[in-house]
Design a protein around this ligand. Structure first.
Ligand code: PLP
Length: 409
């Protein structure tokens, strides 16, 4: 080493120590190898993308003497007003009466999670999360150096006082609870109405925020829709501007992720703070992307959702049927009513990461080991299986190979 050489590790902030490469990102690279059947990742099926509408809407905007220059110009941090108006009406249909002032457009819902970590968490504060939970949320929050405690909304929550005292003993306060109530990533499970109400009770007792991540909410294949936590919170408070729930929505799973258009819907007071975070981070989301997304939403949102539900329902059914056929005794799995994932639990002696290594080498099948999705106390004998990418034929073949390998081990 010479005196010229930079030692980066000696200069990183403490928050950077918890930033690690995601197993999922690494695994996504495997999708490029054509002989691998991949249940890893969680990306939408590209044949669902609205190519024709997108072409028409984009050309229309760029050819318009008023809209064209606007589309390629800087714009306000809150987001494109017609899109916020469309989203406010959409939220109204979900039982959340609100105005565009309650909406901030973000670069995907992922950016909303980052901003909420930034606004709510001081180092050592506690974030309540389920086990397992969305890995990307943990990555977003980790930068703000929180402690995690386990949320069990389906009847298993501890007393508010025990959450509060554990947080205090760790040198901070409980600040928020993060949940994916509908067809969660990674489990595919949905929080019951009673679970939603008891989570709001807990949050009220603790005086904390609820972060509601609704990435998969629109992708329901059977059963009745449940009200978002924000709708239940509005019903309790009488007015969105008195609520504690921050709803993070996205067009990534219903229209297309590449536009990077998501939104936050919440009380004006916290939206105003989020707007300041947005300004500091990137000024605003891409103006043209927001305008195109607005045009697509007006022309084709319902059709997009209908088509996605039909295609993914078939793939979910194929995956559940294949698991039933191929998995040996001792393996169990969730039966999601929507979303993109099934969560499987193997006998205790299995380690998902070791299984993946053999699965790729011996059977050319990929999935995500479940341990990545735990903030604390990982269960190693778990895996996440995505069913949006492989077609029904590949699903049947992939699960046949995986079942064969598990029997061999
Ligand atoms: C539960 C959950 N939340 C949020 C996101 C982020 O999505 P986006 O930033 O594209 O809206 C994802 C993406 O996979 C997700 O699974």
């Amino acid at each position: 080493m010479t005196r010229h050489e930079m030692i980066w590790s000696a200069n990183l902030a403490t928050r950077a120590e918890r930033m690690r490469a995601s197993e999922i990102r690494e695994l996504l690279k495997l999708l490029d190898q054509p002989d691998i059947i991949s249940f890893a990742g969680g990306i939408p099926e590209p044949s669902l993308f609205p190519f024709d509408v997108a072409r028409r809407v984009t050309a229309g905007i760029l050819a318009d003497p008023n809209l064209g220059p606007q589309a390629l110009q800087y714009s306000v941090s809150e987001g494109y007003l017609p899109l916020r108006q469309w989203i406010a009406a959409h939220m109204g249909r979900l039982g959340v009466a609100c105005t565009p002032d309650n909406i901030l457009i973000t670069n995907g819902s992922q950016q909303g999670l980052d901003f909420l970590g930034k606004l709510l968490l001081s180092p050592g504060d506690t974030m309540l999360v389920e086990a397992p939970t969305y890995l990307g949320a943990l990555q977003a929050f980790n930068a703000y150096e929180p402690r995690y405690d386990r949320l069990m909304p389906e009847g298993g929550n501890r007393t508010p006082a025990s959450y509060a005292s554990a947080a205090l003993a760790a040198g901070g306060r409980v600040k928020a609870a993060y949940v994916v109530p509908d067809f969660a990533n990674p489990t595919g499970e949905t929080m019951s109405l009673a679970g939603r109400e008891s989570l709001l009770d807990l949050a009220e007792d603790l005086g904390i925020a609820v972060i509601e991540d609704t990435a998969y909410e629109a992708l329901r294949y059977e059963g009745e829709s449940l009200p978002p936590l924000l709708a239940l919170d509005v019903a309790r408070c009488g007015d969105i501007d008195r609520t504690r729930t921050v709803y993070c929505g996205t067009f990534s799973k219903t229209v297309a992720p590449a536009y990077r258009v998501g939104w936050v819907c919440a009380a004006k007071e916290i939206v105003a703070k989020l707007v300041l975070a947005k300004q500091a981070a990137d000024l605003h989301s891409s103006t043209i992307n927001q305008m195109v997304m607005h045009g697509i939403a007006v022309a084709a949102y319902d059709a997009q959702v209908t088509a996605a539900r039909a295609l993914y329902r078939g793939r979910r059914d194929a995956l559940l049927a294949a698991l039933e056929r191929e998995m040996p005794e001792g393996v169990s799995w969730t039966k999601p009513e929507g979303g993109l994932f099934v969560w499987a639990t193997l006998p205790e002696r299995f380690d998902g990461a070791a299984l993946l290594a053999r699965s790729i080498a011996e059977e050319r099948v990929a999935f995500v080991p479940g341990s990545a999705f735990f903030a604390t106390d990982a269960h190693l004998n778990t895996l996440r299986l995505n069913f949006s990418s492989p077609n029904e034929e590949k699903i049947a073949e992939g699960i046949k190979r995986l079942g064969r390998l598990i029997r061999r081990m």
